[in-house]
Ligand binder design. Structure first.
Ligand code: NAD
Length: 510
């Protein structure tokens, strides 16, 4: 590499300086103005390997702190982040283009998770005695969860604090060191978190950040970490998984969604409409578990649609902190949103608010589509923009069938008067998470695991399952006294085998 070159995170166009060179820095851009916020290095394989080597040493120190020590450090970290939350939210807002209030909400949620992980790791992961059963009654059995070592975290841009911190907080609390590759659209947020950790523990690089484009993420998957926590799109998850397969590196994959909302005849319609508008259009629809499809029972369909239309028509997207939502953060997503609207209309759907013309250069005005066939891309694929499909259904059974009709399975919401029926519908929805009478209710409860099935990925962050995701169970037995039966012996007495056969019949054969 002889000459320095540059690429932009926002459109990932690499400006190469020659056949053998590639970009060494990239720019983080403000989606509202296109201004360069800052430049960051593109970490190559050697730089990523060095970070992982440093993390491996730091991981030994971190592990030695024990649950109590880590809890203290993490609560210090939490305090430092919380004291400077305004600065972090301001940076999130600049790098993503989302209004400041939305950015602040995200920071608040991330802090709640960090707090929970710090305070609950010991309870969930510490060594405990477990029953050894009648057949092994002479053994004392102990189960504990050990740290994996170094976890590589690869993050997206849409919630650049909340989402990666869902892995980072739980993996740290479980005793691992982290090398974090933030999205190329939000590198500043990643660096901010690293600097905040360094402000409290400058000599212990337990949380390091490597910046770069997809290649840097790929380098992290090849760097010999003990687990990859990936959040992003399904297609990228497949590439990450293929690389992880080469070295049997375990992977947790948090991918996209096509979440449905179901509205029952006895629902509080005003409330459902309010949540629907927020779930579908908040953050410009760039939410993995946002509302992308709504199935409304026919008796309340028109009322729901009229009220949703009214609220959405009042929305004012734009580039200020007072805007309802901001510009699209990732420019290439704009073409996907447009193609979904066009496909919905071409396949027989109707636009009751907006249409293909709502897609501007960077800002997309809200779009409500109705009567869209379930085969349309607008129903089957993640749109990730400020559009929503509202379809009429005969009854709740049809709503569940349609909600379960895509290859995704992240979250869903149900609006219903009868809460018991709401729980029953939640059971029948084929996904990882359901909120009854709210949207995204599960995302703010740290003790609930977060994740999906199918195209939405596998594994869990948050909660006890999230802590265990970043640990390995360790099973230990200690003999209390010699067994009266010598079954595990090359010279097994026949009498002991006969006695065991009688015991087996008595215990399990009746
Ligand atoms: P993306 O898949 O384009 O990129 C995600 C990350 O992977 C980025 O940091 C990127 O640099 C990196 N990357 C790209 N190529 C790579 C490779 N070959 N190897 C390793 N890393 C590579 O996704 P995005 O556009 O940043 O994020 C949007 C997607 O994330 C949406 O589908 C959204 O639904 C999903 N998401 C899911 C959750 C969840 O918790 N389930 C949360 C937020 C976002």
């Amino acid at each position: 590499m002889t000459q320095k070159s540059r690429t932009t995170g926002s459109n990932t166009t690499t400006s190469k300086t020659g056949a053998e060179s590639s970009a060494t820095t990239f720019a983080s851009l403000d989606p509202r103005s296109g201004d360069v916020i800052a430049e960051y290095p593109v970490a190559d394989q050697a730089a990523v390997d060095e970070a992982v080597d440093r993390a491996r040493i730091a991981a030994r120190w971190w592990d030695a702190q024990g649950f109590r020590g880590r809890r203290e450090w993490l609560l210090e970290f939490k305090k430092a982040v919380a004291q400077d939350a305004v600065a972090l939210a301001t940076l999130v807002s600049r790098e993503t283009g989302k209004p400041y209030g939305d950015a602040f909400l995200e920071v608040m949620l991330a802090i709640e998770h960090l707090d929970w992980a710090a305070k609950n790791a010991k309870k969930v992961l510490r060594a405990r005695k477990v029953p050894s059963g009648i057949a092994s009654f002479n053994q004392a059995a102990t189960l504990e969860y050990k740290a994996l070592g170094v976890v590589g975290v690869i993050g997206p841009w849409n919630y650049p604090v909340y989402t990666p911190m869902g892995s980072i907080s739980y993996a740290l609390a479980a005793g691992n060191a982290i090398v974090f590759k933030p999205s190329e659209l939000t590198p500043g947020v990643g660096k901010w978190l690293e600097e905040k950790w360094n402000s409290i523990a400058p000599t212990q690089p337990v949380l390091q950040v490597v910046t770069g484009l997809g290649e840097t993420g790929s380098a992290l998957t090849r760097a010999g970490v003990d687990k990859i926590a990936f959040t992003g799109s399904g297609p990228t998850a497949r590439k990450v998984m293929a690389v992880c397969a080469e070295s049997l590196t375990p992977l947790v994959a948090e991918c996209g969604g096509k979440d449905a909302m179901i509205v029952a005849a006895d629902a509080d319609i005003d409330k459902a409409v309010d949540f629907a508008a927020f779930g579908a259009f908040g953050n410009a629809g760039q939410t993995c578990a946002g509302v992308e499809r709504i199935y409304v029972v026919e008796s309340v369909y028109q009322e729901f649609l009229d009220k949703l239309t009214a609220i959405v028509k009042r929305a004012e997207p734009g580039g200020s902190d007072e805007s309802t939502y901001g510009p699209m953060t990732l420019p290439r997503q704009i073409d996907i949103v447009r193609s979904h609207i066009e496909d919905a209309l071409a396949s027989g759907g109707t636009a009751v608010v907006g249409g293909a013309e709502s897609v501007g250069e960077r800002i997309i005005e809200p779009v409500i589509l109705t009567d869209v066939p379930e085969t349309s891309r607008a129903v089957c694929e993640e749109t990730f923009g400020p559009t929503v499909v509202v379809n009429k259904v005969r009854d709740l059974d049809e709503a569940v069938d349609r909600a379960n009709g895509t290859s995704y399975g992240l979250g869903a919401s149900v609006f219903i008067g009868n809460k018991a029926k709401g729980r029953e519908l939640a059971e029948r929805l084929r996904n990882g998470m359901v909120s009854v009478n709210s949207v995204l209710g599960f995302a703010g409860i740290p003790s609930l695991p977060f994740g999906g099935i199918g195209e939405s990925g596998f594994g869990r962050i948050h909660g006890a399952d999230g802590l265990r995701e970043f640990s390995r169970p360790k099973s230990v037995t200690v003999e209390r006294f010699s067994s009266p039966l010598r079954l595990m012996s090359l010279e097994r007495p026949e009498r002991d085998l006969n006695l065991s056969a009688k015991m087996l019949k008595f215990m399990h054969g009746r």
